[in-house]
Design a protein around this ligand. Structure first.
Ligand code: B12
Length: 481
């Protein structure tokens, strides 16, 4: 039996906020290991125990102090994380990685190795999947794993030869990377044990209720190929897998019976309230389907919604969807089944831009979907981006006009930051943009300054950003984003 610690590195905490939710990727790895009698725990190094917070929309103004953490490898946070890892006495440590986390993983893993070189360290998750050479930077990490980690990590922990485990990158004697290639996908994801929701390292018993364990993943992959999204590469788009409605309902019942808090507030990772008085610390007040597109198969969605209604679940939930997947029946069922928020990435109101980013839907189709949600009374959040390469004032004016037309319950207005591993990122590098010269920790969005567009005027860009004012008008509910 191996003792394993799965780590979510600090991120929001470095920006002055917090992320107290359960990180699903490592929660799946942990439960898979525990089912095979290993002793795997989750360590969320982003968790903070006080109730202080800052509004999520404001955290990006702390970018300068965020950057300083990475320049100061002796900062107390890094020592604290290293200390908590070593104190656990793990045989194996596994870090989950987004691009923005790589620098943090580097600092922490170097310190862990120095403190106890017998601990074996592994990196998995999004960035490790997109970048099979990441071990060249992460010199204290022994192995990286591409894509789904359940089988590959278990095989490593059970001392199988890494050179024969699909999905594992290891080092040869000379330090040259040895790659076995991406592993075949887990075909039937219904067979996976439910994600770990109990074994949280370094969180006092009384605070465990502050961990939001209500994230649910029902789909692995996404069949679309939007050029700004990392999913087409992170997951295999040709083998998108969906859990059965029965399996999804089983997880909802499990949440309801053990964790769900039937109060009205959701603050969780997406707190976006205006005053601290509104903060409710209890979490698990809303189920969040984190699938790229929950609505990807109409028939399946309808079945899930009908089952939620039939089982009289009466749980609040939110999901991500595409407008062109909706029909009147889905919207009505959503309303009846307790949907509090549908999050839709409209991205642009210009058909030219939509086509360039391979969104595969038009402004007209999106408007029909938004109107259906309105008619059924399902609240929805609208996500937009500005600053695409080649986007003009004319294009952005179309977005502004479209945003007003759909009359969403909440607007999220971003300026494009090309993520590592996206088609757009690759195109821009080819065209001479030096995105790859940026430190890893810069790879998240929210800067109001366009990174890869010099055509947009300040006037139209500020008009776009000021759409945010719509959020405070009409007393819109700002809690759910
Ligand atoms: C839910 C979600 C969030 C949530 C929760 C994040 C969390 N830590 O759980 C919130 C809203 C907080 C969030 C925030 C951000 N997110 Co996000 N998020 C997602 C989303 C939609 C689903 C993630 C998920 O739960 N998947 C389900 C689980 C089961 O899959 P998984 O995590 O990938 O895990 C599997 C494998 O990757 C692997 N694995 C994962 N970890 C490990 C560890 C080890 C040791 C091993 C062996 C394997 C392994 O095995 C797992 C099981 O098979 C993805 C898109 C997607 N579909 O993946 C974007 C996504 C991961 N997010 C992204 C980004 C950019 C961000 C932010 C930087 C956004 C920002 N604010 O600017 C932040 C960063 C937060 C952080 N902690 O660093 C990008 C990442 C791109 C990149 N190159 O980094 C993605 C891919 C979205 C996109 N469209 O491109 N996110």
């Amino acid at each position: 039996m191996a003792r394993v610690l799965l780590v979510n590195p600090p991120f929001y905490r470095l920006l002055g906020s917090k992320y107290n939710a359960n990180s699903l990727g490592i929660a799946y790895i942990a439960s898979y290991l525990n089912k095979r009698d290993h002793d795997a725990w989750l360590y969320n190094a982003d968790y903070v125990s006080d109730t202080g917070y800052i509004k999520v929309k404001k955290i990006f103004s702390n970018f300068d102090s965020y950057k300083n953490y990475f320049r100061d490898e002796d900062n107390a946070i890094w020592h604290e994380v290293k200390h908590n890892i070593v104190r656990f006495k793990p045989d194996w440590v596994g870090y989950t990685s987004y691009t923005a986390n790589i620098s943090a993983i580097k600092i922490i893993s170097d310190k862990v190795k120095k403190a106890d070189p017998t601990i074996k360290q592994v990196v998995g998750g999004v960035h490790a999947t997109l970048d099979s050479n990441i071990l060249k930077d992460l010199t204290s990490i022994d192995y990286s794993i591409q894509r789904e980690g359940e089988e590959a990590f278990t095989a490593l922990v059970e001392n199988k030869n890494p050179k024969f485990i699909p999905g594992v990158v290891s080092r040869d004697k000379g330090g040259i990377l040895f790659k076995t290639g991406i592993a075949p996908v887990i075909k039937n994801i219904d067979t996976l044990p439910m994600p770990e929701r109990q074994k949280f390292w370094n969180i006092p018993e009384v605070e465990k209720k502050n961990v939001d364990v209500s994230y649910v993943n029902t789909i692995r992959g996404c069949p679309y190929k939007c050029t700004y999204c990392a999913s087409p590469f992170h997951w295999d788009r040709k083998t998108t897998r969906l859990r059965s409605p029965q399996s999804v309902l089983e997880e909802m019942h499990l949440l309801k019976n053990n964790y769900y808090v039937p109060t009205q507030f959701d603050y969780s990772a997406s707190a976006n309230i205006d005053s601290k008085d509104q903060l409710k610390i209890e979490d698990n007040t809303i189920v969040y389907f984190v699938d790229d597109v929950f609505t990807v198969k109409k028939k399946r969605v309808k079945e899930i919604l009908k089952m939620m209604i039939k089982d009289n679940l009466k749980m609040r939930w939110k999901c991500e969807a595409r407008a062109d997947h909706l029909d009147d029946e889905i919207c009505e069922l959503m309303a009846e089944a307790g949907c509090e928020r549908v999050k839709i990435g409209f991205e642009s109101g210009s058909n030219r831009i939509l086509s360039e980013v391979k969104k595969l839907e038009t402004r007209e189709e999106m408007l029909i979907g938004a109107n259906m949600l309105k008619k059924a009374g399902v609240p929805f959040s609208a996500y937009f981006m500005a600053g695409f390469p080649g986007e003009t004032d004319e294009d952005l004016k179309k977005t502004i006009d479209f945003a007003k037309k759909i009359d969403a319950d909440y607007y999220s207005l971003s300026v494009l930051a090309p993520y590592y591993g996206t088609e757009l990122y690759e195109q821009l590098i080819k065209n001479g943009h030096e995105l790859d010269q940026q430190p890893w920790e810069y790879f998240f969005h929210q800067s109001p300054k366009p990174m890869v567009n010099d055509k947009l005027s300040t006037k139209v860009l500020s008009e776009y950003l000021s759409l945010a004012e719509l959020n405070s008008k009409n007393e819109r509910k700002n809690g759910y984003v």
